[in-house]
Design a protein around this ligand. Structure first.
Ligand code: BG6
Length: 484
């Protein structure tokens, strides 16, 4: 590796989190109910339930206490500082600040929590990378207008942005308006990504879908993101905004032209479309045709298009966990993924949750997105969900180290290819609640949290082997990836 270009001196090393998956304290200090709060736990085999009327006797709601970052943030941030982080990705929980989403004035107590988190980060010179929306839509907005299918959500969201940008204009530089915005190209996106609950939806994995309202919601988020970028820049021209794409890298299963064409179409729809809008500032040709062919219609005003063209982002960020194959064959063996499964790749191994591990796919993806957009790139999620065992205060997670090491090697190769990669925030800093299954035992963290799927445990934090290893990686600016 020595002959390769090095990681840049100011490379951003850290890890990621999301408020609804780590904070807990779901109903304190004026916080309202978010869409995550009404989701039950599940497993790989039994889907999470969406319960508009919560029943805490019948179900377990993992976000309610999560891993209690709300009361452990000082300890967690100190541990991140010990690893040497210079960036920490987090989201703000909308419902702490506007409990129902539609209030005129923010909840001061909710803001005070984020004041404290930011000042704690500052103490260690850790740059916050703030996701404004990461599955924390106020549940009230589902009741009021079925979430983002309604244009009113743009204004509600802008109220949140106005408060955040003014209050934290000298504290936060990096902003991500929406986490994995492209998930709204799939029906799974309805709930988490837009707070849309269609009649007939009971389970997270089997949602009733109306493509026109789903794509309207996505359109509203494009407009909101663009308006946020413009507003933010008017408040502080040094702010930097990023798109955040759930990148499900796709390969043709075979070299049959059918598989190749299908793969290209899938890549355009799932991976490229949202980035194209947010980076290039307009709707691409292929999506217009897709809408026509599928009878998808919603309102797009002239002003929307102006907003979108004027509010393009500064960097491209994405999550990368796996790759999948695409094929026209009907009987190909399948694997799953965070929003989209695909055909099984015979060259790759998968995790217990059936997500295929493909480090080289990260180099491929980095080249793919940099070639398409030519703006700085950040990997804002990447990691291994696995069952860890805590024994005598230690967690020997060599499998996670192996996963991360092989991905970081490919990052270095991509830098050598010429990609302008500026940061890496793997998922996740500490263990937290899994989105797809609601489990905590599907662990991703460098920091182990003593908490299980049913809410048992002391919440005590432990350093995993990967914690010490990542510290060494950061100390050596990505040079020393060895593990003994
Ligand atoms: C990403 C989300 O899609 O995948 C995270 O942005 C999520 O919020 C992560 O936790 C891992 O997925 P899961 O389902 O294992 O939690």
């Amino acid at each position: 590796m020595n002959h390769l270009k090095k990681f840049p001196e100011n490379f951003l090393w850290g890890a990621a989190s999301a408020a609804n998956q780590c904070e807990g304290a779901w109903n304190v200090h004026g916080k309202g109910v978010s869409i995550s709060d009404v989701m039950t736990s599940g497993t790989h085999k039994s889907p999470r339930r969406i319960t508009p009327v919560m029943d805490e006797h019948a179900y377990f709601y993992p976000s309610h206490e999560a891993v209690d970052f709300y009361h452990h943030y000082k300890e967690d941030i100190a541990l991140c500082a010990e690893m040497g982080f210079n960036i920490f990705r987090m989201s703000v929980n909308w419902t702490r600040i506007f409990p129902n989403g539609n209030e005129a004035e923010p909840n001061e107590e909710g803001l005070k929590f984020y004041d404290s988190v930011f000042s704690e980060l500052k103490k260690y010179n850790i740059e916050p990378l703030v996701t404004i929306y990461h599955n924390e839509n106020p549940f009230q907005l589902t009741k009021e207008c079925n979430g983002w299918k309604d244009r009113r959500c743009i204004d509600y969201y802008m109220n949140l942005c106005r408060v955040l940008f003014n209050r934290y204009k000298d504290v936060v530089k990096y902003w991500i308006p929406f986490n994995e915005i492209n998930c709204l190209t799939t029906k799974l996106g309805n709930w988490n990504h837009a707070g849309i609950l269609n009649e007939g939806t009971e389970f997270f994995t089997e949602q009733a879908d109306d493509p026109s309202s789903r794509f309207a919601a996505l359109h509203h988020q494009f407009v909101a993101s663009a308006q946020a970028v413009r507003l933010g820049r008017s408040i502080n021209p040094d702010f930097r905004f990023g798109t955040m794409i759930c990148h499900i890298t796709v390969y043709p299963l075979t070299c049959s032209p059918d598989d190749i064409f299908l793969t290209q179409q899938e890549d355009l729809m799932r991976n490229c479309f949202s980035g194209d809008v947010q980076v290039k500032g307009g709707y691409p040709y292929y999506i217009k045709r897709y809408f026509e062919r599928n009878h998808i219609a919603f309102e797009i005003t002239e002003q929307d298009l102006t907003d979108i063209s004027e509010g393009t982002v500064d960097f491209y960020s994405f999550s990368y966990y796996m790759s999948n194959c695409i094929t026209a064959q009907k009987d190909a063996a399948q694997v799953s993924g965070n929003v989209m499964g695909g055909a099984k790749n015979p060259y790759l191994k998968a995790t217990e949750w059936d997500w295929q591990i493909d480090p080289k796919g990260l180099r491929y993806t980095l080249n793919h997105v940099y070639d398409r957009y030519h703006i700085p790139v950040m990997i804002t999620e990447n990691g291994l969900g696995a069952r860890d065992v805590l024994e005598n205060g230690r967690v020997h997670d060599s499998y996670r180290i192996d996963y991360l090491r092989r991905h970081i090697e490919q990052m270095r190769l991509a830098i050598d290819d010429g990609v302008d990669l500026i940061g890496y925030t793997p998922w996740s800093a500490m263990d937290l609640v899994s989105v797809s299954t609601g489990e905590i035992d599907k662990r991703y963290g460098f920091i182990y949290v003593d908490r299980d799927n049913r809410g048992n445990g002391t919440m005590k934090r432990y350093r995993k082997d990967s914690f010490y290893w990542y510290k060494q990686v950061i100390e050596s600016n990505g040079e020393n990836l060895s593990f003994h």
